[in-house]
Design a binder for this molecule. Structure first.
Ligand code: SF4
Ligand code: SF4
Ligand code: FES
Length: 235
């Protein structure tokens, strides 16, 4: 298939972004990740203005929807590059942009360290021996599949990287710890949850619909609210 690829590029964190368009023959069954590798290894590749295309910087690791590192905006939607087939592109057009809620490092690479900083700030750890029911184990297992990709934050109307609301990338991992608390073992986490998650979430659930790991995000929010806000503990 003939593909017209437009990429929002940026040489480094402080340079002005610019758009580069490349015409390329691609296979519909290939993924965006495969395409980016092909573009970066093609000999003498030029854009539609005849200018040479330098290395397109992007991140990947597993190429199997397991690590979250290849998240980017694909035709305007935050998705994993290793999960999107080129055959999905309407009218043979593909638009690639970095996630917008995080600072751009270079081309399609963004700095998502705020997600880890928020998990540290909210005290997402157990301080005492925990109660672990089968129900809590099932919830924890599903929550543990969070890739920390940031797609949920990209679509969240209330998240911004320097704000005090942490979004689904925090409340999904936090639900693992909260599900193991009992009445006798309250934790600072519950108070911080109320401040940095419950108080700022407008429950639009865009995060649930976009999650590429297909985690039941709504369930994690409901259960965490039950424990941290309404003091209903798992049995
Ligand atoms: S909850 Fe889903 S969308 Fe959000 S960071 Fe985890 S895997 Fe990504
Ligand atoms: S429910 Fe809405 S406001 Fe709350 S974290 Fe998800 S997208 Fe953001
Ligand atoms: S490279 Fe790991 S999720 Fe895409």
């Amino acid at each position: 298939m003939k593909l017209l690829i437009e990429i929002l590029r940026q040489a480094d964190a402080v340079s002005a972004p610019y758009r580069q368009t490349i015409a390329f023959e691609a296979q519909p069954e290939d993924t965006v990740a495969t395409l980016l590798t092909e573009l970066n290894t093609a000999d003498g590749l030029c854009d539609t203005n005849g200018k040479p295309v330098g290395t397109i910087h992007w991140q990947c690791s597993c190429l199997q929807k397991k690590c979250g590192s290849c998240a980017m905006r694909i035709n305007g939607v935050p998705r994993l590059a290793c999960d999107v087939k080129l055959g999905e592109c309407k009218n043979g057009k593909l638009l690639l942009e970095p996630l917008r809620k995080f600072p751009t490092v270079r081309d399609l690479i963004v700095d998502r360290s705020v997600m880890m900083e928020n998990l540290k700030a909210i005290h997402n750890w157990l301080e005492q021996h925990a109660h672990h029911s089968q129900k809590a184990a099932d919830l924890s297992y599903d929550a543990s599949r969070c890739l920390q990709c940031g797609c949920c934050l990209e679509v969240c109307p209330n998240f911004c990287a320097d704000g005090s609301f942490y979004g689904a990338a925090a409340f999904v991992p936090v639900s693992r710890v909260l599900s193991q608390l009992t009445k006798d073992k309250p934790q600072e986490l519950s108070a911080l949850y109320k401040k940095n998650i419950y108080g700022g979430c407008s429950k639009s659930l865009s995060c649930h619909a976009i999650c590429p790991a297909e985690i039941d995000v709504e369930q994690k929010l409901a259960n965490s609210n039950a424990v941290a806000v309404w003091k209903r503990y798992f049995k």
